[in-house]
Design a protein around this ligand. Structure first.
Ligand code: SF4
Length: 370
């Protein structure tokens, strides 16, 4: 049975509530070696980084900066706060706001990363050694590539020319507007699909069941070598099968069903303002990891956030936690039946402080041999 057939079987089994036992890799993980070098520009205007602090990518690339809020997940948008702090706060909002374009020099960064990676590949080939891991480039962390604005049409076209010209990088394009992808796909490049875009991963955010249901159906209708969801900030429990079921029959009729499946789920709690962020219950993440096992999706727990909570009955077994578990002055914000966790890491990003069952960070294999 091929991998595509196994995946379709797993999805179908999952839809009908059957259990498919997956591999259970857990425990403390190190970050994989990064394929690109140092920070290019770290200043008030940082918008391109060779080495991202985001755990699931190696580098970030922002062809422009600015956006408009669309859903509850945007409430504490990091990029908006950063814009207010460093670049005048005029890049967020509707038609009266502007989008900040990066300089040509910074725009050339992916081409430099591509040259570096191609040189490493050529050397490995020459020595008869395996090629180094492909670097992952997150695009965009300070904007939404699929925002529907006339002034972004040309910029998006240039971005996709750049993606085409950098085939040795895996490009991860994440959006809260997947319903726009097909309509706004640039006309100067081939249509979406693994054949022409084996290095382009398409993703959407789903902060709760309602928004995942709305978005996943649009994302999965666009063919791609890898589809992923960012369930961060996770604001409630999610049943992946419910979101999968929407549009599933239509997807089964397409020519290459493998290009319409979900491959990867990033899970994380909200961070930012400690007194305002919304709670993240660890059992939501536990459930998602189990669902990923059933559906042959790779789970990646990024962080517990600044307001992680566990059910009160779990607290009675403190050996499960490295972190401090007790009420504090802000106890009134903790939902009933839960105990708040206090991690040393401000975003709950150190997996050594997590319950063992959440220490899961896996990646899909992508469109190339690894
Ligand atoms: S879509 Fe993303 S970048 Fe845009 S406002 Fe929402 S969180 Fe911020």
């Amino acid at each position: 049975m091929t991998r595509a057939q196994m995946k379709m079987l797993a999805v179908t089994a999952g839809l009908f509530g059957l259990v498919v036992v997956g591999d259970q890799r857990r425990g403390k993980l190190e970050r994989e070696p990064v394929g690109v070098g140092r920070v290019v520009q770290e200043s008030r205007g940082l918008i391109v980084a060779d080495e991202s602090k985001i755990e699931w990518t190696d580098a970030s690339f922002n062809p422009w900066e600015g956006c408009e809020k669309v859903s509850p997940g945007c409430k504490f948008c990091y990029a908006e706060a950063r814009d207010h702090r460093f670049t005048g706060g005029k890049h967020w909002g509707g038609k009266d706001s502007v989008r900040r374009v990066i300089s040509t020099q910074l725009g050339n960064s992916p081409h430099r990363w591509q040259r570096e990676q191609a040189a490493k590949n050529a050397l490995a080939d020459k020595l008869g050694q395996p090629r180094p891991r492909r670097p992952r480039v997150f695009c965009a962390s300070l904007a939404d590539v699929w925002e529907d604005r006339a002034d972004l049409v040309e910029r998006r076209a240039k971005l996709f020319e750049t993606i085409r010209a950098c085939p040795d990088l895996d490009w991860l394009v994440l959006t809260k507007r997947p319903e726009n992808i097909t309509r706004l796909w640039p006309k100067n490049v081939p249509p979406p699909g693994a054949r022409d875009w084996p290095h382009l991963w398409l993703g959407c955010t789903g902060e709760d069941q309602e928004w995942l249901n709305k978005r996943l159906v649009h994302l999965l209708m666009v063919p791609a070598v890898i589809h992923f969801v960012s369930l961060e900030p996770l604001l409630g429990p999610i049943d992946l099968r419910e979101a999968f079921a929407i549009g599933a029959a239509e997807r089964l009729t397409v020519l290459r069903p493998r290009e319409h499946t979900l491959d990867w789920a990033i899970i994380g709690g909200e961070s930012g303002y400690p007194n305002q962020v919304r709670p993240f219950v660890t059992t939501w993440a536990e459930s998602l990891i189990e669902q990923c096992r059933m559906l042959l999706i790779k789970p990646f727990v990024k962080q517990l956030g600044a307001f992680a909570c566990v059910p009160i009955e779990r607290w009675r077994d403190p050996s499960r936690f490295e972190t401090r578990m007790q009420p504090d002055a802000r106890r009134e914000r903790t939902p009933p039946g839960l105990i708040r966790m206090f991690t040393k890491h401000p975003k709950g990003g150190d997996m050594n402080e997590w319950p063992p069952e959440l220490r899961v960070r896996e990646f899909p294999s992508g469109g190339f041999p690894t």
